[in-house]
Design a protein around this ligand. Structure first.
Ligand code: ATP
Length: 227
């Protein structure tokens, strides 16, 4: 479902004399449906960079990133938008939303984008918010003023409100209490059981051991620091 082949990445720092930093070289990764793979490695080794490249936020220097048949490394912007709408979900650590949009609509949006009607989308969103213990009085407010943990749960609700065939999870349990962490663990397990291919960064070791089938140490793809 997710196939990464000989992937390299450089950053050019235009505000620092055009310095070029090589952050990744020869990266390989293959994630099958129903599998969860954890990206591990020291801080700065490139876990987030790899995740952002899979999502199409960062451009690859060379190599291929196939997600459900599309090579993200060479795809047109409209193909990436379609991939995100239909195939690839992303639960980032930080919530980015349009101001003044109510939480219920923020969570319902991935379903609306697929053409699901407003009532059904909102009903599914309400189910997810209740499951993630977001108090009902907050559902009609924008999540911009929510606490860190509440915002993270809104992000998770958005990422799991529909059954994405592939999912990227960036520290999905980072700001959560034990009860909500357990809810998220259950959502990840259910997504695997229905065949989602998942790539995640989990600093929470117990969470990683429970839901991940394999670990990939990205340090081995880090050119300047590899052994
Ligand atoms: N937008 C950027 N511009 C320039 N350099 C960047 C950029 N993003 C990341 N880097 C560099 O790429 C390297 C990898 O960073 P990345 O954030 O992917 O590491 P990480 O493994 O996710 O770290 P952490 O565990 O601390 O979050 C770092 O040296 C970082 O400075």
């Amino acid at each position: 479902m997710i196939e990464i082949d000989n992937l390299s990445k450089t950053f050019t720092l235009h505000n620092q004399g055009g310095a070029v930093i090589r952050v990744m070289q020869g990266a390989h990764l293959s994630v099958a449906p129903g599998e969860c793979v954890a990206l591990v490695g020291a801080s700065g080794s490139g876990k987030s960079t790899l995740m952002r490249m899979i999502y199409g936020n960062y451009v690859a220097a060379s190599g291929a990133i196939r997600v459900g048949g599309l090579d993200v490394a060479r795809a047109q912007p409209r193909e990436i938008i379609r991939l995100r709408r239909e195939t690839l979900g992303y639960v980032s650590q930080f919530l980015r939303v349009v101001p003044r949009v109510p939480t219920l609509d923020v969570v319902a949006e991935p379903l609306r984008a697929l053409g699901v009607n407003a009532d059904t989308s909102r009903a599914r969103a309400a189910e997810m918010l209740a499951r993630l213990n977001i108090p009902q009085p907050l559902w009609d407010l924008s999540p911009t003023t929510f606490s860190g943990g509440e915002q993270q749960r809104v992000n998770i609700a958005r990422g799991f409100v529909r059954d994405y065939p592939a999912l990227l999870l960036d520290e999905p349990t980072a700001s959560l209490d034990a009860a909500n962490r357990e809810v998220v663990m259950g959502l990840i397990e259910a997504a695997k059981a229905r065949g989602a291919a998942i790539v995640g960064i989990f600093h929470d070791e117990a969470a990683r051991a429970r839901v991940c089938d394999r670990e990939i140490d990205v340090t081995r793809f880090t050119p300047d620091r590899a052994a």
